[in-house]
Each structure stands twice: as structure tokens, then as C-alpha cells.
Design a binder for this molecule. Structure first.
Ligand code: FES
Length: 637
């Protein structure tokens, strides 16, 4: 088979591959990211690239996504185009993943609600800081004729004085070589123990005192990003944090596309391996940056939605997608991290925080743990705004939850100029007197608009009466920025001379409709859940807001467009990446980990896909801010 050299620009990365491979697969092998929202199915049109030189074989079915100008300029869909020649390929700015803004932490670790709720955990306060895996230095008494207990009994006897676990489980790997280790090290050893099912699980016995070298990882396995925190298990302090774009995006931007990829093609392995590679890369970077030997990392707690947890563990998630939506497991066993290919100490263990249902996962449980929703009698609310929005309402007695598919609009998906929160994305925007002012991530020239900027745009267009409350443009308005292109009214957010590509960045009626549907789905889910538990918004205490928006979401604007309820703004509090925060709490505190299991068992999931009140609420919410203006008394357009 012929081999060809493909060079991707502007990265200037070249790779030699076999004839017939798709450009999308070639880019992946070259380490070049191209947006592939539908996972390479030819359904989204997001993987546009430009052929600068060379011949390709393009699937003609895909040209419907390309304009006549694009076809003339050599644009193709990377997933539908095969290599036939040496090629130079240009990846346009919008399709590149660059310097993603990753919400790796919410609020400052030691003054956060998370920290406070950790302090409020029930039971013995002395046990609050009790990592899931501990390293203990033991000086054992030498055996005598009157005390000739076995070597391992000698170890567990001493261990029992320090850890009040009823039983210690050992493995053959701990026993082999133990006799020599004890005698060669003058009966001084360090034992690594994991709490498991109420017992101690001895993971490793090393000679001498290595107890200071004890690290763990808190991992947020998000659909869009993966975040890893390296935590010193002697102090509980975060030593470093790294995040990256989820490499699974190659198989689809959202969980549904990835499930379709894994299930329809029988290709679970690459999707599983992609997230493992993600985590391993981040571990390697952290280990190098912070000078921590990976062998000193002995534990991981990961949190993710149910599908991500399945992919992480290499479990087929097919039944999650199909009615009646059944996951393989909600509570996952403790396993050796090496079993799934994660490179830490080979004896190190991994826990995955429990899920509740197919669309309420360990990330929501982590969020509840982090914000302390289940700690006291006051009823509070947690809203995680995203492609799949999750909502939980409850207290220490009960928790009701639901999830709603808001679609990818909040992450810029399915929008003409939408993009994820990466360098060059407009994240804040205001319109006054026909002028648009904006801020971009990294202060770069604008390349597109991310979720925060899109919601700002929606609000500003409505406030300036450029669109009506139904989201339709007021075409009788005299405004130079209001144009009609291919019969679609559009508003220019950034002029051609301001942008990286030299093209105007616009927002059109279909984009606005997608945004209204997304905010409508989130609000309808929240309203359905509050009605289900028989409460009004005013009766609830704090409303915690988690998710990728981070602090780039303007609360007043989010209320004005009807995404968030019209309550006292002081009650709404950002907590950022509550998933990684909850994972860290569980990593450093056995009571917090046990609380996560109890929380998951306490949660009642309301399945909205068959829930008629949700459908009615959704229709009512497709207006700015809502068809029922009494729900938004403070909002005036
Ligand atoms: Fe190529 Fe969707 S059309 S990834």
C-alpha cells in the first residue's frame, strides 16, 4: 500500500500514513486536534479543513455542509476524506483546540464551602483527615520464642494500633519477599494501606521509612476536559493541577456520539484508551513539574458522569443510551489503577465515585459532597450547567435530582461561530449605542464565541431590542450590524478587521434558537424538580452553580434570559469545578468517601424524558425570560 506524507498547518506537523486513511484519523495520529462533534460520522460538518496541495478522495455526500466558496477553496470534511497523495492541509482556527480554559478548581481550597463541609462531616472529627490510602512507618519488635507470630501478623498487629480497622487483608504480592524485607531493614518498614469495604487492604510493604512520600490524585473525568490534581496525602494540600482537552473528542463531542461510536462500531477500546492516555499524560506532566516520583502516587479518586465512568473503567455503556437507560453499575469496586492502565505505583488503587443513574453520575455526587448540600437540614440546590445539565435539590434527609439534555450550545457546539472556551473565544460581551465591546480569552483576536459570550450576546440583543422576546430579529431596525445572509438575519459581533480569520463573527437566528432551547431545557428541569419536591425557588437556601462556565457567567444576565431563577442574587454561588473538588475530598477523607456512597444511595432520580410536566415547562421556557413573567418579576426588557 502506498504511503503519503501529510503536513498539517499552521502546526507544521507532518506524518507519513497509508493511502486511504481519513484525514481525521491522520490528524489524530499526528497529534493535531480537529473538532469532530459527531465522532467522524459525517453528520456535524465541524471537521472542515482546507487542502492546500495534493489529491484526496472526498465523500460527495458530505458537501452539503460546505458553501460553494468553501468547495472552491478546497475545503473538505476531514472525517469523510481519504488520502490519495502527499498533502498540505490547513486546519482553520475554529477547529483547533488551543489553550483551553480549564476550570480546575472552584473557590480557594481552604476557605471554600467544600472545606467547610469537610469540617462538618459527621462522626469523629479526628478522622476527617484520613486519606483513603495511608503510608505508615512501623518499628516492629523482633520475634522471640515467646512471641513467634508470623511476619505478616507482626505487621498487622502493629498496624492495628495506628489504624482502627477491624481486619487487614493481604495479597500474595505483599507476602512474597516480606521475610527478607523485615530482616534486612532491622524490622523497620513502611506499610501502604487502603481503606476498602470497612477493612484495611495492605498494598505494599517497603523497607525503611518512606511515609513522607505519599501522594494521591483527584481526577475530574469531564466530557470536554480532564483535570488532575496532585495531592500530598501527608498534608492534604494540592501540590499541582493540570488539565487537558478530553482526547475522546475524536470519537464525538458529547457522550451520546461517543456511545454510538463505541457501541455501533464495537469500538470501546479506543475510547477507553483515549481517556487513560489523557490521565497518564497529565500524571507525567505533574510528576515532572513537581518533582514527584510516580511510584510515590498510591491512590486515585475519579469523578465523572456515568458514561465517562464506564469509559474510564472499560465498561460498555450501550444500555445507558437506550430505554430504560440502565448502567452496568452505579457503585464501582476499588481496583488497582494498573488494571485499567493508569501509570502510578503498580500497587496503587483507584476509586470511582458512585453514580446514581444513567445520566446522574459521580460528578454530581462529587458536587453535592463539595458544596455540602447533604450536610444539614436546610434545603439547597446544585445546578451543573452543561451539555447535559444536572440538578439536585435536597438536604441531609433527602435529595431529588434530574438531568436535562441542553445540547451543546453552552459549549459553543452547533453554532455558526460557537467554540469552546479556548484562546480567542469571546467570553464577555456588551452592546450599547450600536457598539459591541467584548473580551476574549487570552486577549487574542477573536476566533469565535464560547458559552459565556453567547449568553451575554443573547441578553444584550434582547436588552437592546435587536431581538424580541421570542428570539426573532427586529428586522425593521436600522443597525449596520444587522445583516441578512442567505435569507438568515444575523448580527455582527466582531467586524472582519477585528478577527483572526478576517471574517465577521456573527450570531444568527438559528444560533439564538439553539441557545433559547438550551436555557429553556435547564430552567424547565429546575422548575420541574422544584415542583416535584413541592417547593418554590424562594424557599430554597443557597443555589450552587457548577460547571464549565465558571466565573465567566454573569448571574444577572443569566437570570434575565431565564436560565437561572429570579431569586436574591446573593443566594447564587459559583463553585467552579465541584467534580474535582469532591474527588479530592474523598481522596483525603475516608468519611467523605463514605458520605459519597450514602449520598448516591439517598438520591432519587426523576427521569425527565418521560415526564410530561417537564415537556410543558420546556415549551413555556422558550421565551426571554419566560412565557410566565410572574416567575421573573425583576426582569424588564
Ligand atoms: Fe466530520 Fe462530524 S462531520 S466529525
Amino acid at each position: 500500500m502506498a504511503k503519503y506524507k501529510v503536513t498539517f498547518m499552521p502546526h507544521n506537523k507532518a506524518i507519513e500514513v497509508d493511502e486511504g486513511l481519513t484525514l481525521l484519523d491522520t490528524a489524530e495520529r499526528a497529534g493535531v486536534h480537529i473538532d469532530s462533534v459527531c465522532g467522524g460520522e459525517g453528520l456535524c460538518g465541524e471537521c472542515r479543513v482546507q487542502i492546500l496541495s495534493g489529491k484526496v478522495e472526498a465523500n460527495t455526500d458530505s458537501i452539503g455542509f460546505l458553501s460553494a466558496d468553501e468547495i472552491k477553496s478546497g475545503y473538505v470534511l476531514a472525517c469523510q476524506t481519504k488520502i490519495k497523495d502527499n498533502l498540505d492541509v490547513f486546519v482553520p482556527a475554529k477547529g483547533r483546540a488551543e489553550e483551553m480554559k480549564i476550570i480546575s478548581e472552584g473557590v480557594p481550597a481552604y476557605s471554600s464551602p467544600a472545606r467547610e463541609s469537610l469540617h462538618k462531616l459527621p462522626s469523629d472529627p479526628a478522622r476527617l483527615f484520613e486519606p483513603l490510602v495511608s503510608k505508615l512507618y512501623l518499628q516492629l519488635p523482633e520475634p522471640t520464642l515467646t512471641d513467634n507470630a508470623s511476619d505478616i501478623s507482626r505487621v498487622t498487629r502493629e498496624l492495628g494500633k495506628k489504624l482502627r480497622y477491624p481486619y487487614f487483608e493481604t495479597s500474595l504480592s505483599c507476602l512474597s519477599g516480606l521475610a527478607e524485607t523485615l530482616r534486612e531493614n532491622d524490622w523497620k518498614v513502611t506499610v501502604t494501606v487502603a481503606k476498602h469495604d470497612g477493612m484495611g487492604r495492605i498494598l505494599q510493604i517497603e523497607g525503611g521509612d518512606t511515609s513522607a512520600d505519599s501522594y494521591g490524585l483527584a481526577v475530574d473525568v469531564g466530557t470536554t476536559t480532564v483535570v488532575v490534581q496532585l495531592v500530598n496525602l501527608k498534608t492534604g494540600k494540592v501540590v499541582g493541577v493540570e488539565g487537558s482537552h478530553n482526547l475522546q473528542a475524536r470519537y464525538g463531542e458529547d457522550v451520546i456520539s461517543r456511545m454510538i461510536y463505541a457501541c455501533n462500531k464495537g469500538e470501546l477500546e479506543p475510547v477507553h484508551k483515549a481517556v487513560i492516555a489523557n490521565i497518564n499524560n497529565l500524571i507525567q506532566t505533574l510528576s515532572k513539574e513537581k518533582g514527584v516520583d510516580v511510584n510515590h502516587i498510591n491512590s486515585i479518586v475519579a469523578a465523572g458522569n456515568t458514561t465517562m465512568s464506564h469509559f474510564l473503567l472499560g465498561l460498555m455503556p450501550c444500555a445507558i443510551r437506550l430505554e430504560p437507560y440502565v448502567p452496568t453499575a452505579n457503585i464501582y469496586p476499588q481496583l488497582l489503577a494498573s488494571e485499567v492502565g493508569i501509570n502510578i505505583n503498580p500497587h496503587g488503587v483507584m476509586e470511582v465515585l458512585p453514580s446514581v443513574a444513567s445520566y446522574i453520575g459521580g460528578d454530581t455526587v462529587a458536587g453535592i459532597l463539595a458544596c455540602g448540600l447533604a450536610d444539614g437540614p436546610e434545603v439547597k440546590c446544585l445546578i451543573d450547567v452543561g451539555t447535559n445539565g444536572e440538578i439536585a435539590i435536597g438536604n441531609n434527609d433527602w435529595i431529588a435530582c434530574c438531568s436535562a439534555s441542553a445540547g451543546p450550545a453552552f459549549e459553543g457546539g452547533g453554532m455558526r461561530w460557537g467554540m469552546r472556551a479556548t484562546k480567542g473565544a469571546i467570553e464577555r460581551l456588551a452592546i450599547a449605542d450600536g457598539r459591541v465591546t467584548y473580551e476574549t480569552i487570552g486577549k487574542a483576536k477573536p476566533r469565535g464565541v464560547c458559552g459565556g459570550g453567547l449568553l451575554d450576546a443573547l441578553y444584550e440583543l434582547a436588552k437592546n431590542k435587536i431581538i424580541g422576546q421570542d428570539g426573532k430579529f427586529n428586522t425593521s431596525l436600522r443597525d449596520k450590524r444587522l445583516i441578512v445572509e442567505n435569507d438568515v438575519p444575523q448580527y455582527i459581533l466582531a467586524l472582519p478587521e477585528e478577527t483572526e480569520t478576517g471574517e465577521a463573527i456573527t450570531i444568527g437566528e438559528p444560533d439564538i434558537s439553539n441557545l433559547i432551547k438550551a436555557k429553556g431545557a435547564m430552567f424547565a428541569a429546575l422548575k420541574s424538580l422544584t415542583d416535584y419536591v413541592g417547593m418554590s425557588f424562594e424557599q430554597m437556601g443557597t443555589i450552587y452553580l457548577a460547571g464549565g462556565f465558571g466565573n465567566s457567567l454573569d448571574i444577572n444576565k443569566a437570570v434575565a434570559i431565564g436560565l437561572l431563577p429570579d431569586v436574591d442574587r446573593q443566594k447564587i454561588q459559583f463553585i467552579g469545578n465541584s467534580s474535582v473538588m469532591g474527588a479530592r475530598m474523598a481522596l483525603v477523607s475516608v468519611p467523605a468517601f463514605e458520605a459519597s456512597i450514602n449520598i448516591s444511595k439517598k438520591m432519587t432520580n426523576i427521569e425527565l424524558s418521560n415526564y410530561q410536566p417537564f415537556m410543558n415547562e420546556f415549551i413555556a421556557a422558550l421565551f426571554l425570560p419566560h412565557t410566565d413573567t410572574k416567575l421573573f418579576p425583576s426582569v424588564k426588557f
